[in-house]
Design a protein around this ligand. Structure first.
Ligand code: ZN
Length: 485
């Protein structure tokens, strides 16, 4: 069994069906605005989704929306977050969930994250979840207690291994389980809820054979992954923080109801830390994507564009921790710019009779890097080496044939845009395109000012442009270039 790695993707990763890959990734809980913590799993599994598609697999990528409002309770009032917000703002709970779902989609779109093939909502699969509880009860791995249904971990562990994914045994689990309110119905502290009877203040509730209530959090992923991908599927992904207990519980639910685990490969992305700390509302380092893109947070020295953030995440291997800092983000911004300039230069290269460069080197290095457990940092490093080569060709120090130039453009476009999923914000956002005719006009005025030895006007134009982030370069031949900082 392979856990936690896709190492040697090509050799080891053999899908159940030669052409089709089924992939399930734990999606967002839509109780709040999308934040920095959402970026890493979304981009990691987007990279895998894009790469598998580039390898010509037909991928069915399922990523759920957790919207039944059972995840975290308000510590003071025992009320779940969606319900509380809905009550305070007099909204239908689904209005709150929809609002944040829309926000999530908008920001993922900015980050270049492709939409999954299916995005099932937990609230739309209550029937499937009740059915799954029934099957687990029938198999004898769950019990009813005051209208709630709990998974019997002790009994399960006598036949299966609870904790195999995270390398725990039951004693470790016991030590790690805290007794908190509402757990008194359970036989053991580590038993987990499959169905919870709703308290009177709980707005989101559904009828079931046991009580009016709501499904346990772990249940939706098992119910929806098997519904859309079958009883066995290829890849299950999520953040490392979900490995225990969430994914352990999913495995237990599959084994209890089907007799076997559903996922063949588990892949976990590591976490983003801020100054070495976990991100959290109480720590004052909780940064939403809106704040990040606008530079509007005390921890931010400037705004960071969506592509800078995507590049920052891709520059690290998905299994390493990634520490967020302004220095690291600024370095990513520079790196991203350098790569985009290289792509622009590539577009302007002129072919020669023959090549002094070996274009096959880039293709081989990128393929090997991706096949080595999705090493996006190695892909980026190969691309940077080729940006230097592209600049040498542009300077006439190296040469490239027409066929090689064609192939180089194909490989660069494939990796930069299709697989890494980057886009050129400057050309795409339209700012440069819209600016170009205006800049032509302004620089014409400046040229004529210089021709008339009107240095004051010429300097004024240059300085005012610099203030709004446009740098004008005077060339020796009297022509002028400009670029946005
Ligand atoms: Zn899940």
């Amino acid at each position: 069994m392979l856990y936690n790695t896709l190492s040697r993707t090509k050799e080891l990763f053999k899908p159940l069906n030669a052409e089709h890959v089924g992939m399930y990734v734990c999606g967002p809980t839509v109780y709040g605005d999308p934040h920095l913590g959402h970026t890493r799993p979304a981009i990691t599994f987007d990279l895998l989704f894009r790469y598998l598609k580039a390898l010509s697999y037909k991928v069915r990528y399922v990523r759920n929306i957790t919207d039944v409002g059972h995840l975290e309770h308000d510590a003071d009032e025992g009320e779940d977050k969606i319900s509380k917000k809905a009550r305070l703002e007099q909204l239908e709970p689904m209005e709150v969930a929809q609002y944040y779902t829309n926000r999530y989609h908008t920001f993922m779109d900015k980050l270049g994250v492709l939409p999954p093939s299916i995005e099932p909502h937990a609230s739309g699969h209550i029937i499937e979840q009740i059915e799954l509880v029934r099957r687990i009860l029938e198999a004898g791995y769950a019990y009813e207690s005051n209208g709630s249904i709990y998974f019997d971990v002790t009994k399960y562990n006598s036949k299966f291994h609870y904790g195999k994914l995270s390398g725990r045994n039951l004693d470790d689990v016991l030590v790690g389980t805290r007794e908190i309110d509402g757990q008194s119905d359970k036989r053991n502290s580590y038993d987990f809820a499959l169905w919870k009877k709703a308290q009177p203040e709980h707005i989101m509730r559904w009828p079931s054979p046991w009580s009016d209530g709501f499904p346990g959090w772990h249940l939706e992923c098992t119910a929806m992954s098997t519904k859309y991908l079958g009883e066995q599927f290829d890849i299950h992904g999520g953040g490392m923080d979900l490995m225990f207990p969430h994914h352990e519980c999913e495995i237990a639910q599959s084994c209890a109801s089907l007799g076997h685990d559903s996922a063949r490969y588990w892949i976990h992305n590591n976490m983003i830390t801020i100054g070495g700390q976990k991100m959290g509302k109480s720590l004052g380092n909780f940064i939403t994507l809106e704040q990040l893109f606008a530079g509007d947070h005390p921890k931010l020295e400037q705004a960071y564009s969506p592509m800078t953030v995507r590049f920052f995440i891709l520059q690290a291997h998905y299994r390493s921790t990634l520490d967020f800092s302004n220095e690291a983000l600024k370095a990513a911004e520079k790196g991203y710019d350098r790569l985009m300039k290289g792509v622009e230069t590539l577009g302007k290269l002129k072919a020669s009779e023959s090549s002094s460069v070996d274009v096959g080197d880039l293709r081989t290095r990128c393929e090997e890097a991706m096949n080595d457990d999705l090493s996006s940092p190695m892909v980026i490093s190969a691309l940077f080496d080729w940006v230097r080569i592209i600049n040498s060709i542009a300077d006439g120090k190296e040469s490239i044939s027409a066929a090689d130039l064609e192939e180089l453009k194909r490989v660069v476009n494939l990796y930069v845009f299709d697989i890494l999923g980057l886009s050129n914000e400057k050309s795409e956002g339209g700012s440069s395109n819209q600016l170009a005719p205006l800049m032509d006009m302004i620089l014409e005025v400046r040229k004529s000012a210089k021709a008339n030895k009107d240095w004051a006007t010429s300097d004024l134009i240059r300085n005012r442009l610099a203030e709004i982030g446009i740098r004008v370069k005077d060339n020796k031949d009297g022509s002028m270039d400009w670029e946005q900082a």
